[in-house]
Design a protein around this ligand. Structure first.
Ligand SMILES: *Cc1c(COP(=O)(O)O)cnc(C)c1O
Length: 335
């Protein structure tokens, strides 16, 4: 079975397993795990922030960020299809007591400075007050679109002019950086905090990073404990994470495979394929997506349902050019 459902399905490499076994460890709740400390320092360095916090998942990283940036009863702004709003079980309300006000981005998920200004509300006797803007890059639901630094900056500046903090859900930050050919720090500079996943295209078995100013990370550390994310000898999982950080340059391979896959799928009758910008390929299906996917699975290929008539293929380091060809053949039979 070839698995294109997500870039989270990768198995750790032998080198990662070795690193896990050999990791120097300590109690990370006391901040005494040298491997976690090294990972946090390196991660902060890579994205250009003062400090960083290792967290078990991207979802927890985002939710800790929201909790730390806001007070109960605040409002936050986010794109309508954003992960924090759509795919995190209503955590904004559940964990932080915050109300989300959504903004319709364009077809690539970009929201403009004018939209941020228009949706911002100042706290008064009736209105909750906006305290946070959440951006997403790459934008998952829009097909892994890589939002340019100037678009991030425009929306972020509109927020910050009003004293509104900005958090970037950069689960696939390094895919965006690779596609745009800019350092990841250029995409992070306009915002206050960023979360990125080690467990997606970078290939770590587990883990994400929340990065930002030292004062913020200190408070986020408390929220991580509150959310049950305080881990002990976490160096065992942070060690593969350190290797994952070094995998940033391999993401271009996934992007090339995604382009190859999109090209192949666009010749399949009954599929309408979106041009991929990174490692995600969306295709609209003539058949109901669930039927297409079941037939595809019978041909040995898995992808995920993204709408009643839309499916998502993700490329990652466990699929290569021949898997892509096999997927196209399978899609021809399944369509
Ligand atoms: C995967 C993803 C997350 C969450 O990461 P998990 O580690 O799966 O919790 C958050 N945001 C975006 C955009 C994602 O794609």
């Amino acid at each position: 079975m070839t698995d294109f459902r997500s870039d989270t399905v990768t198995r750790p490499s032998e080198a990662m397993r070795d690193a896990a076994r050999d990791a120097e460890v300590g109690d990370d709740v006391y901040a005494e795990d040298p491997t976690v400390n090294e990972l946090e320092a390196r991660a902060a360095d890579v994205v250009g922030t003062e400090d960083a916090l290792y967290v078990p998942s991207g979802t927890m990283g985002n939710q800790i960020a929201i909790r730390t940036h806001t007070e109960p009863g605040d409002e936050l702004l986010c794109e309508r299809e954003s992960h924090v709003y759509k795919w995190e079980l209503g955590g904004i309300a559940q964990h932080s007591g915050v109300q989300a006000r959504t903004i319709d981005g364009d077809e690539r998920g970009v929201i403009t400075a004018a939209q941020v200004r228009e949706e911002y509300v100042a706290a008064d006797g009736h209105r909750p007050g906006t305290s946070l803007l959440c951006l997403e890059n790459t934008h998952n639901s829009k097909g892994g679109t890589a939002i340019a630094p100037e678009d991030v900056t425009a929306a972020a500046e509109a927020a910050r002019e009003r004293g509104v903090a900005v958090h970037l859900d950069g689960a696939r930050l390094f895919n965006a950086a690779a596609a745009l050919d800019v350092p990841a720090s250029d995409l992070v500079a306009p915002v206050d905090t960023v979360m990125f996943c080690l467990s997606k295209g970078l290939g770590a078995p587990v883990g994400s990073v929340l990065a930002g100013p030292a004062e913020f990370i200190e408070r986020a550390h408390r929220a991580r404990k509150l959310f049950g994310g305080g881990m002990r000898q976490a160096g065992v999982i942070a060690a593969p994470g350190l290797l994952a950080l070094g995998n940033r340059t391999r993401l271009e391979e996934d992007h090339a495979n995604a382009r190859l896959l999109a090209e192949g799928l666009s010749g399949v009758e009954g599929l309408s394929v979106h041009d991929p910008e990174t490692n995600i390929v969306l295709a609209d299906t003539e058949r109901p997506a669930s039927e297409f996917l079941a037939a595809l699975e019978d041909e040995g290929v898995r992808a995920s349902e993204f709408g009643e008539h839309q499916v998502r293929f993700c490329t990652h380091w466990d699929v290569d050019g021949s898997d892509v060809e096999a997927a196209v053949t399978a899609a021809e039979r399944a369509s």
